[in-house]
Design a protein around this ligand. Structure first.
Ligand code: DGL
Length: 264
């Protein structure tokens, strides 16, 4: 048993998809969410830069809060430097790639699986490798996308926003033509567009990478005897490197509920 907080790290509001699932799975845990909103997006940066930024965030998170475990709620950071990021925070870490790949491997009937991630994640080949490990022989259609994260960070997720609709059309097109039966939303920002993708890919199982990461984090805490003895009443604290009011406005649009944020 351990009543210290769980650290959760992402570049922006996307990581809240993991926070939401973690809250539901482990309502007694205190969560400290760190979002590098001043430097989002990471998805167009090179691996060395992603590593340096991620380790800086992990260190700052661990300086501000006593954490027992780190959930890297970001496909881009997971693919570039999961272990180093946990090391910089001084704790063990779980990411989103292996658990999302395992969920997709379970969900797919045909074995033809799509992955939509950031460009940086796609470049590493981490998702195809994890899918092959979870289900040898699987056919993977992987695409990187740079258009969606900036739109999501600007709060533009509603139906009828012409630029967003066009960007989602373009993002979904390769998976429609490949006929995948499961699609990993492999950047934690993308589950915020689940309804938009569902309209274009009816019948396709959409895998929420943030939720998959939260499941893996809960499993690891239980396995390692690190769960909080409380079963309810956990808190959520948000530390952001950018504008705190803008972050709270966005968080409320996406997830509802009153969020407060502190400057990291
Ligand atoms: N949410 C992040 C991910 O899961 C990264 C978005 C970005 O900063 O480009 O990949």
């Amino acid at each position: 048993m351990d009543n210290r907080a769980i650290g959760v790290l992402d570049t922006g509001v996307g990581g809240l998809t993991a926070v939401r699932s973690l809250r539901a799975l482990l309502p007694g845990e205190d969560i400290v969410f760190f979002a590098d909103t001043a430097r989002v997006p990471y998805g167009g940066r090179d691996t060395d830069e992603i590593r340096a930024l991620s380790m800086d965030c992990a260190r700052r998170l661990a300086e501000r809060a006593e954490i027992k475990f780190l959930l890297v709620a970001c496909g881009t950071i997971t693919s570039a430097c999961l272990a180093e990021t946990g090391g910089a925070a001084g704790v063990e870490a779980a990411g989103v790639i292996a658990p999302a790949a395992e969920a997709a491997a379970r969900a797919s009937v045909t074995g033809r699986i799509g992955v939509l991630s950031t460009e940086a994640t796609a470049r590493t080949g981490a998702f195809p490798r994890a899918l092959e490990a979870a289900r040898p022989g699987v056919e993977v259609v992987s695409r990187g996308n740079s258009a969606l994260v900036p739109l999501i960070e600007a709060g533009r997720i509603s139906a009828g926003d012409a630029e967003l609709e066009r960007a989602v059309d373009e993002a979904a097109a390769p998976f429609i033509s490949a006929g995948v039966d499961a699609l990993i939303l492999g950047c934690t920002h993308f589950p915020l567009l689940t309804e938009r993708f569902r309209e274009r890919l009816p019948g396709v199982e959409l895998i929420n990478s943030g939720a998959a990461g939260a499941g893996e984090c809960a499993r690891r805490l239980a396995e390692e005897g690190l769960l909080n003895p409380r079963s309810a009443g956990g808190s959520t604290r948000c530390l952001v490197t950018g504008d705190t009011e803008g972050f709270c406005r966005l968080a409320d649009i996406f997830l509802g509920g009153a969020f407060t944020a502190e400057k990291a």
